[in-house]
Ligand binder design. Sequence first.
Ligand code: ADP
Ligand code: MG
Length: 568
Amino acid sequence: MGRIIGIDLGTTNSGISFMDGEEPKIIPNDRGNRITPSVVAFTEKGEILIGEAAKNQAVINAEGTILSVKRYMGSDHIFNLKQHGVYSPEEISSFILKKLKKDAETFLGEEVTDAVITVPAYFKENQRKATREAGRLAGLNVKRIINEPTAAALAYAYSIKGKANILVYDLGGGTFDVTYLSKENNRFTVQSSRGKSNLGGIDFDNLLLGKVLDNFSKECGIDISTDKILMQQLRDQVERAKIELTSRENALIALPFITASNKPLHLQFEITRREFEVLIEEFIGSTVELSLAAIKDAGAKPENVETLILSGGSSRIPLVRSMLSSAFKLEPEKKINPEEVVALGAAIQASMLTGEVNDIVLMDITPFSLGVEIEGGKFVKILQANTRVPARKSRVFTTISDNQRSVEINILQGESENASENTSLGRFLLSGIRDGKRGEPRIEVIFSIDADGILRVKARDIDTKVEQKITINSAFREYDEISFKEKISIKNRVTSLVNRVSALSEKFDGFLDRSFKKEIGETIRIATKAIVNENVKELSKCLIVLETLIGELNSLCYDEEAGEYEQA
Ligand code: ADP
Ligand code: MG
């Protein structure tokens, strides 16, 4: 296997890494920086800028600049860039990935096609799928999607010897994630994980921005929040001030010459670290609480944590460090930059895939509960969140009406009691249930997940022994490129193409030479096998071949009508 690079595709910043022998290393971008802003911009001239270039012009081109696209991953949000067209979150992300790929190629002096990309542990199936799709659009073979905190732990624990209980606290620009892992020799076991997909540095910026705006409107009586350019300038200032407060006791936010009124005004706002801490205290407090909850989920106590790993730029905030230190009576690790730790871990994971590093074993958990929908649109959990994989569990259900012959099993992932608020991973029908009064038949639903994160669900009527099963490739860890729904649709398309090819080849049987007939026969055989095995890769290949065949057969039809073919 060739080289696989590691990519931390962040909300705010992204990073790339590779294994230099046994050591993971950050790949600097074309400007020599070790992280690249995850910013994409479309300029007046029709250029697409990515990274620093995009971030630097955000002030003068607020409308054409896209920040924090990761927050939209997996949603059907559309970025409408007027004359530049409309883009999906996957497409915007793919621009970032393309740049990272190119920077890696320049640095390494070779083509890069394979990558491991990290995502927050709390990313759902659709968000992971969107990330894979972004990779595909960027021309990358996404070898694996791994959880950011797991990557961070790998980066540290790679150098920690022996046993350790590790807490990874990751507070970036847009997301918060915490994971508790244990390491014994070289075996990592993820014990639990929690997070919030909408909490990060941006929120601190917003709090500070709100305070500045409030203050300004009180002082001068004007509201500048509708002026996009001004707001972008102010945002930059606010973030800069926030970062300054990490190393200094106070900071100044200043915007000269605001001309929204008849006489030019200056905005000036001074803030101390303590004032800023008061603003964000509640947020930080909730991250500490989630960290404690994660430890409790794992059946452990705060004092069991031996190694505290901080990741994400916002974890540099002194209040984060002091609140964590007092909650865990432990100083955080400082060896690796918090902005780089995830990317470095991704490179280690990549080398585990190529076999370069083969003495590390990673055991993961299901970060979400998995179960089925029952009467009244309720969700019943069969495998609880944080269940160690591999795992197998079953529950017995029954019918809701007399002589009910079939039940539909809707497989869900999530934590809400209401089925509709969770994510559906797939459905299937169990028919052939024995006749009986409602509540009599016993239907056992079995969930099992193997070490690769592949979920298998089986339902069977205990009395008649009829059963039905479904395999969901990677319910949580390694996601299949294609969803269950898409799988069904591609299967149906191939089936209908096979039927058409058969019909057409029968119709033109007399016109087809022997080798063409053989080709058709062979294609139908391969396609039928792919349909039976639900092999998506094969099905996609067949789709193209079958469509070509139909084109050729149809052209025979056309020619026949033109009378150009003679009966052989
Ligand atoms: P993400 O994982 O979201 O892509 P990062 O881990 O790079 O991003 O974190 C970016 C966030 O960290 C931004 O909100 C940024 O303002 C914040 N940040 C970076 N450095 C500091 C610092 N020294 N003090 C406080 N916040 C910081
Ligand atoms: Mg990050």
